[in-house]
Design a protein around this ligand. Structure first.
Ligand SMILES: [Zn+2]
Length: 123
């Protein structure tokens, strides 16, 4: 379903098995739309697979998201024109340079994910 969200590009509700995607994402380039769906579709698959750890789920979704961003844009878009593309490029840099541990660190230090996964900030 298409709806605006406060602090995310998209979301997955396991309760209703629904992906919510913001209108902003749908206006972006096809590769950006695709990787946002890849991320949320992984959450749907995780539900079936019985993966329950919030941080683990987000890291797994980001790994898949970055695989596709890398593949579809050949290592990231050269000149990002939207905030979403800029963020995807930033995350791809982390994924390529630091791998999963880097993405894990990103999740646990991002205020949005800290709130979503109920992680207490380390300070
Ligand atoms: Zn997610």
């Amino acid at each position: 379903m298409i709806a605006p969200l406060d602090s995310a590009w998209a979301a997955y509700s396991g309760r209703t098995n629904t992906i919510i995607i913001t209108p902003q994402v749908l206006e972006d380039i096809p590769a950006a739309v695709a990787v946002v769906f890849v991320h949320e579709l992984r959450h749907a698959a995780q539900q079936v697979e019985g993966m329950t750890d919030c941080v683990g789920r987000e890291v797994d979704s980001l790994v898949w998201e970055m695989r596709f961003w890398d593949l579809l844009t050949n290592g990231g878009v050269l000149k990002p024109t939207t905030q979403l593309q800029t963020e995807e490029n930033y995350l791809l840099r982390i994924a390529l340079e630091e791998g999963e541990p880097g993405l894990y660190k990103y999740i646990v230090t991002s205020p949005g994910y800290q709130e979503q996964c109920q992680i207490d900030p380390p300070y």
